[in-house]
Design a protein around this ligand. Sequence first.
Ligand SMILES: [Zn+2]
Length: 96
Amino acid sequence: MADYQIVCVRKSARTPAGHQHIVSVGIGSGGTYTSLLSVADVYQMMRNGNRFYTVSPSTGAVAWVRALTCCGLYTLTTSPDHVTDNNLDNLSYCGN
Ligand SMILES: [Zn+2]
């Protein structure tokens, strides 16, 4: 079991409801990702006791990532806190 920092995300196309879903996340540190995991990969790792988190670049605040079902789809979200720049939805895009 381990804790993994998510440093970037890839999202779905915008839904008719006007939002996007997280479809994959980049694991790493210092703003660069070393592996790209699908939501299914993350769910499997969570079932095995691993945890995922984000870190606010402004305050260093940690937000834990949890499973979320949205629009009937399996996706991910961060637990609410008072910091917005560690919100999973606000992380930068995982480039190539
Ligand atoms: Zn949704």
